[in-house]
Design a binder for this molecule. Structure first.
Ligand code: TTP
Ligand code: CA
Length: 368
């Protein structure tokens, strides 16, 4: 198999960092974002906190009253989760990532894998500069910092990412991958929770290195075929899972640069029509219906904005994309005085196109 260069980007203390972005004055204070259950004013749990609050012992999942107690006497600030706002920021970053990768797999609101093999020509030395470039670009355009792990597959990228946070960058080359994993505890591998880890301790397996040396047939005997083989491969730094968009997070988009910076609607729509063609073709080829149409604009000052509209019914036609892109840009230009440099069109919220599935089914029925 060809060498791959896979990145995992994980946004630093994400919800709390979003709050710092909105209110920069709190940056030097402990910041806690919580889910308030509403039973009493104090009841609820910590979603996340910035690294200053973490120094006082605040942790995700901790009851809010306990976090308040730990931060007693400090000038800590508390926020209620605002998912809509965090999603917006996340979407903007994911959209920029798409421009940097052949494939993007969004894992959660603040994590995504990027396959950048082609972009860095398979070189891990290039990958370092490339990762720094992405980090700097997003810091500039959005103002959010994140940590990147780079490896020959998703498994290594993920573990590399956990190596140094926040604002970290850890690169594990293919030839270093096994040695990198060796000393780590087995529970660092995805799929090894408390129960499995206890079982492994009983077998004398403490580190990933121990697991790598344990015979594959024995592992299959103990954990079953699928899991046994997975453990053996993972411990030996083998993971062939492709980086691919999936489920909810999936979207199809295209971004392009305008021939000149402009604030003119028709000029912009001329370009977005081209982008829509591309998006529409992809949607049709994959037999998808979409429920969300979004636009994206990078202004001359390099700030970027996205706007979305949720359709009442899933759609699959070009005209729906065009009409909504026009409406979104009309509103966007009315709200912003800046000239636009780059524009994008995106559809998401997919469902499989039923009529096409029926066609396929009858096709199969017809041929058997
Ligand atoms: P994480 O990536 O686990 O944590 P983080 O981004 O806050 O911090 P870092 O990566 O720098 O260690 O989670 C991402 C977001 O998910 C987090 O900002 C808030 C939310 N979250 C919860 O709501 N509850 C939780 O228990 C956890 C762990 C996270
Ligand atoms: Ca994170």
């Amino acid at each position: 198999m060809q060498i791959r260069v896979v990145m995992l980007a994980d946004f630093d203390y994400f919800f709390a960092q979003c709050e710092e972005l909105r209110t920069p004055a709190i940056k030097d204070k402990p910041v806690v974002v919580g889910v308030y259950s509403g039973r009493t004013e104090e009841s609820g749990a910590v979603s996340t906190s910035n690294y200053i609050a973490r120094k006082y012992g605040v942790k995700s999942g901790m009851p809010l009253f306990l976090a308040k107690r730990k931060l007693d006497g400090t000038d800590a600030v508390f926020f209620k989760v605002d998912h809509e706002y965090y999603d917006q920021i996340s979407d903007r970053i994911m959209q920029i990532f798409r421009g940097y990768a052949s494939n993007l797999e969004q894992v959660s609101v603040d994590e995504a894998y990027l396959d950048v093999t082609d972009q860095v020509e398979g070189s891990f030395d290039n990958a370092k500069d490339y990762a720094q470039k992405i980090k700097a670009d997003i810091k500039l355009q959005v103002g959010i910092s994140f940590t990147i792990g780079v490896g020959p597959n998703k498994l290594i990228a993920k573990i590399a990412c956990d190596n140094q946070k926040p604002d970290g960058l850890t690169i594990v080359k293919p030839q270093e991958a096994k040695t990198f994993l060796e000393p780590l505890d087995v529970d660092r591998l995805l799929g090894i929770g408390k129960k499995t880890s206890i079982k492994m301790t009983e077998l004398g397996i403490k580190t990933i290195g121990d697991l790598a040396k344990y015979g594959c047939p024995r592992l299959v005997e103990i954990f079953g075929k699928a899991l046994g083989i997975y453990f053996h491969n993972a411990a030996n730094a083998i993971d062939n899972e492709p980086v691919q968009e999936q489920g909810e997070a999936e979207s199809i988009s295209k971004i392009g640069t305008l021939k000149q910076d402009t604030h003119d609607l028709e000029f912009i729509l001329h370009k977005t029509d081209e982008l829509t063609e591309f998006v529409y073709k992809e949607v049709t080829e994959r037999g998808l219906s979409f429920k969300l149409v979004s636009i994206y604009a990078v202004n001359v000052d390099l700030s970027s904005k996205s706007r979305s509209i949720t359709l009442e019914q899933p759609a699959k036609d070009k005209e729906t994309i065009r009409r909504n892109v026009r409406g979104l840009f009309e509103r966007f230009l009315a709200e912003s005085a800046l000239a636009v440099r780059r524009v994008g069109v995106r559809v998401s919220g997919f469902s499989k196109d039923e009529s096409r599935q029926k066609q396929l089914t009858s096709f199969f029925q017809g041929t058997t």
